[in-house]
Design a protein. Structure first.
Length: 59
């Protein structure tokens, strides 16, 4: 039963840390565009890095 004096505060602290992280994410707009992010992950286009053609071969 003495272990409960350690486990209860630790579990409450971890829950408070998780809630704090969630509130921080909400305030910093981390969940602003979830559909756009999911589409960008699946897209074949690389908008950040333009496609470069390979150098001509020396035949």
């Amino acid at each position: 039963m003495e272990i409960l004096t350690i486990l209860i505060p630790v579990s409450l602290g971890l829950g408070a840390a998780g809630l704090g992280a969630f509130i921080w994410a909400l305030r910093n707009c981390q969940f602003e565009d979830p559909k756009g992010d999911s589409q960008r992950v699946l897209s074949d286009r690389w908008d950040d890095h333009p496609r470069q053609d390979p150098p001509p071969s020396r035949d």
